[in-house]
Design a protein around this ligand. Structure first.
Ligand code: AMP
Ligand code: MG
Length: 357
């Protein structure tokens, strides 16, 4: 089990005697490799301000060279869930009785993994009689990103294991201005890395190797169709280049340059079209410095400010779920009956009505 973001706790811990001042949510994340629980508070004086009091994650690690196995990941989540939950409350200095609402990741994600989080959420919600709020995982990445960076109306690039999407908010929903036609950027990096024998997730190691290249670019397929991207041909070509004797550091460099340039082109076109003056990167791949620097150039050209989700919260975590559940509940008071709560493996963000923006 991993205890992360300890500094946040130091900043976020409130005086015990001030307990009634904020709405408190326990957020449960379990879409894929991470089982995370987090306690987040929202101040009552301003419904858009909050603090992360705890962020505990148990992360399933597949064997080197293998991808995530949904059944094995869900078994991992079932094993760690009670200790992650207990640790999260302890880190926040709270008991279940102090919690006002329970948020859980209801999709999109891997069915067996989602179901573990949903069962834990239903159990604590039912037993302690707390409102249960289902959260779209992608929305969680975006809302926590805006809370942490201070962006207010950004064009968003959501880049993770499960998503590659360019989004802007209009008329109560996040609208898609470009997305992948096949695999996501996270899958591109992880599948390439696994073919090289790396342990998943591989994005950090590829970034590190790319940084060791002296900039020798290997030609790889660059595929942008309309404002969508396609990475599957790039994956095949990169694996072939590495297997045919190209230096691994140069292939990693070329893989990043090609895929990130495709994203920078489509983001810049969307910025120009929407005239947004803010751009935000969220999702696990937001941790990549080269991606941020390429997008920064596009933003400067379009007179937009770039916001990058802090690295400690770029990947999957319970705080993104807790914060989004708080926003939803504070604005709409909507909750779901335990009997009717379910998970949706393919729950697209662009069908979710957002009642608080
Ligand atoms: P998420 O699904 O949001 O948890 O994000 C996980 C994805 O982020 C995986 O595909 C990782 O390989 C990727 N990732 C993590 N760190 C980096 C990095 N420094 N550069 C590129 N990708 C990364
Ligand atoms: Mg994610």
């Amino acid at each position: 089990m991993i205890r992360v973001n300890g500094k946040q706790k130091q900043n976020g811990t409130r005086d015990k005697d001030n307990k009634g001042a904020a709405l408190l949510c326990l957020g449960i994340e379990s879409t894929a490799h991470t089982f995370g629980c987090s306690v987040v508070e929202m101040y009552q004086d301003s419904e858009r301000k909050g603090k992360v009091l705890s962020d505990i994650r148990g992360i399933y690690k597949p064997p080197e060279g293998s991808g995530i196995h949904p059944r094995e990941a869900s078994r991992h989540h079932a094993e760690v869930c009670s200790s992650v939950l207990a640790q999260s409350l302890k880190e926040a200095g709270r008991r279940m009785d102090d919690i006002d609402i329970i948020g859980y990741s209801a999709g999109p994600g891997l069915g067996p993994c989602l179901r573990v989080g949903a069962v834990v959420a239903r159990t604590v919600s039912g037993f302690y009689e707390k409102p249960l709020v289902p959260v779209n995982h992608a929305l969680g990445h975006i809302e926590l990103g805006t809370m942490l960076t201070g962006a207010s109306d950004p064009l968003v690039l959501l880049v993770s294991g499960g998503h590659t999407m360019i989004l802007a908010f209009a008329q109560h929903r996040w609208r898609v201005f470009g997305e992948t036609l096949d695999i996501t950027i996270g899958q591109l990096l992880d599948q390439f890395g696994r073919a090289m024998g790396f342990a998943s997730p591989c994005g950090g190691r590829i970034e590190n190797l790319a940084g060791q290249s002296d900039g020798r670019y290997t030609q790889l397929p660059y595929v942008v169709k309309g404002n969508d991207v396609s990475f599957s041909g790039l994956l095949t070509a990169a694996i072939r280049a590495a297997s045919s004797g190209e230096k691994l550091v140069d292939v990693c460099y070329s893989l990043q340059e090609t895929s990130f340039a495709m994203l920078a082109e489509t983001v810049e076109r969307a910025l120009s079209f929407t005239s947004k003056k803010e751009m935000m990167i969220v999702g696990g791949v937001a941790a990549n410095k080269r991606l941020a620097s390429m997008l920064d150039i596009a933003c400067t050209r379009q007179d937009a400010k770039l916001y990058v989700c802090p690295i400690g919260f770029a990947g999957d975590n319970g705080a993104q779920i807790a914060w989004t559940a708080l926003l939803d509940y504070a604005a709409t008071k909507k909750q779901i009956d335990v009997e009717k709560s379910s998970v949706h493996q393919s729950w697209r963000l662009d069908v979710v009505d957002v009642g608080w923006r």
